[in-house]
Design a protein around this ligand. Structure first.
Ligand code: PMP
Length: 417
């Protein structure tokens, strides 16, 4: 019998038949409240009727219009709609299919534009699984071990992970900026450094918001030295954190912005945005792909952006996120294994630690399994695997958050008994 490759790690045994909004219906008839959204992808909920209608309609017109051969209206419309959301300095968008490709596009553009070889990344960053993206990923050795040599020219600096150090945020930010300055002094000189690549909130690396002051410190150094600030908004963008872009929690504006996941509610499309002046430093044909900017995915993305506006989903993410975090902090008072609850909007992480304060992956992993048994789908993350992450749809209701919190606590109680 042919089976799924053991290279895939399956978080749950669930086989989905169909799904709507925040709910997944398994083939065995079980219903699950989905706080994973396909790793932060189904932003408008599963199968939002307007997204489904847009994709269906586009399927009847043209499915694959290959954007380097013929252009198509959904991509032109998407570019216009995305333009309304982008920083004012950005007036040019490049499309691909996956987050990893967008990351590679950003890395290549930064190198081409500056003529410099090196990229500085930050501890715990996750940027994808292609060899170049994995080379810039430091969220765990499992993402790169065993297939070296990796891409050259990547240097890692410290992330201001205040909880891990037992510091306040301000101290952690000052330390991380000092370490970055030291890296620029000792390992990769500014005139050899093409870019700083960072997520506005660490995703797979532990669901940790990047302190605004740290991003602002990066911006300052990038401007001083002509280094590109690349923000990987693949997981934290498109309303997820209660702002349209994760970097909007700070005053820092990136030179290059990368997006994917939530932008099309489940259809594969990704984008790199920047200024025409910067994009023009690359040459036509240097980037692209067979499936990039697919017409059905682009139509779904246009519908997704419309739904996000019409239904005030960024605001909903902020309010429901506050509700979720308050509920989790309340639960944390009853369970000692919870060391930290943090996050912005509907991107919340619960970090598990032992009584001695060391990372407790066993509890996080057992809890993730247990929540499935209680009808709530969750995921873990973090280099230590000791963070449970909750990523509900941006459409999630007050009642669904309450229900999720009840199921989360019931699962925790079942583990503790
Ligand atoms: N960047 C970030 C921040 C991500 O979260 C991910 C996916 N988890 C990626 C890049 C890679 O995206 P993809 O899996 O679509 O290649």
């Amino acid at each position: 019998m042919t089976t799924m490759s053991p290279l895939l790690k399956q978080a749950t045994p669930v086989v989905v038949d169909h799904a709507l909004g925040s709910w997944i219906h398994a083939t065995d008839g079980t219903e699950y409240l989905d706080f994973t959204t396909g790793i932060g992808v189904t932003s408008t909920g599963h199968c939002h009727p307007k997204v489904v209608a847009a994709a269906r309609e586009q399927c009847g017109k043209i499915i694959h219009a290959q954007y380097t051969t013929v252009m198509h209206p959904p991509l032109l419309e998407l570019t216009e709609k995305l333009g309304e959301k982008l920083p004012a300095s950005m007036d040019s968008v490049f499309y691909a299919s996956t987050g990893s490709e967008a990351v590679e596009a950003g890395m290549r553009l930064a190198r081409m534009a500056t003529g410099r070889p090196n990229i500085v990344v930050f501890q715990g960053g996750f940027h994808g699984r292609t060899v170049a993206a994995a080379s810039m990923t430091t969220a765990g050795t499992k993402f790169s071990a065993g297939f070296a040599p990796l891409m050259a020219g990547v240097h890692m600096s410290v992330f201001p992970y205040a909880y891990r150090y037992g510091w306040d945020e301000d101290t952690a930010v000052k330390f991380a900026l000092k370490e970055l300055d030291y890296l620029l002094l000792t390992r990769t000189a500014p005139n050899e450094t093409a870019a700083f690549l960072i997520e506005p909130a660490l995703g797979d690396g532990g669901y940790l918001p990047t302190p605004p002051a740290f991003l602002e410190g990066l911006r300052e150094r990038a401007t001083t030295h002509g280094i590109m600030l690349i923000l990987d908004e693949v997981q934290a963008g498109v309303g997820r954190t209660g702002r349209f872009w994760g970097h909007q929690h700070s005053a820092a504006v990136p030179d290059i912005l990368l997006t994917a996941k939530g932008i099309a509610s489940g259809f594969p499309i990704s984008a790199m945005a920047s200024s025409t002046a910067l994009m023009s430093k690359g040459w036509p044909g240097s980037q692209g792909g067979t499936y990039g900017g697919n017409a059905v995915a682009a139509a779904a993305a246009v519908a997704t952006l419309q739904v996000i506006d019409e239904e005030n989903l960024v605001e909903n993410a902020r309010i429901r996120g506050d509700q979720l975090q308050a509920g989790l902090k309340d639960i944390a008072t009853r369970f000692l294994a919870i060391g930290d609850v943090r996050g912005w909007g509907l991107m919340q992480g619960i970090e598990f630690t032992t009584a001695e304060g060391t990372p407790d992956a066993a509890t996080a992993s057992a809890l993730q399994q247990e929540t499935t048994k209680h009808g709530l789908l969750t995921l873990t993350c973090g280099p230590n695997g000791n963070v449970v992450r909750l990523i509900p749809a941006l459409t999630v209701s007050t009642q669904e958050i309450d229900m999720g919190l009840q199921r989360f606590e019931a699962a925790l109680a079942a583990l503790s008994s």
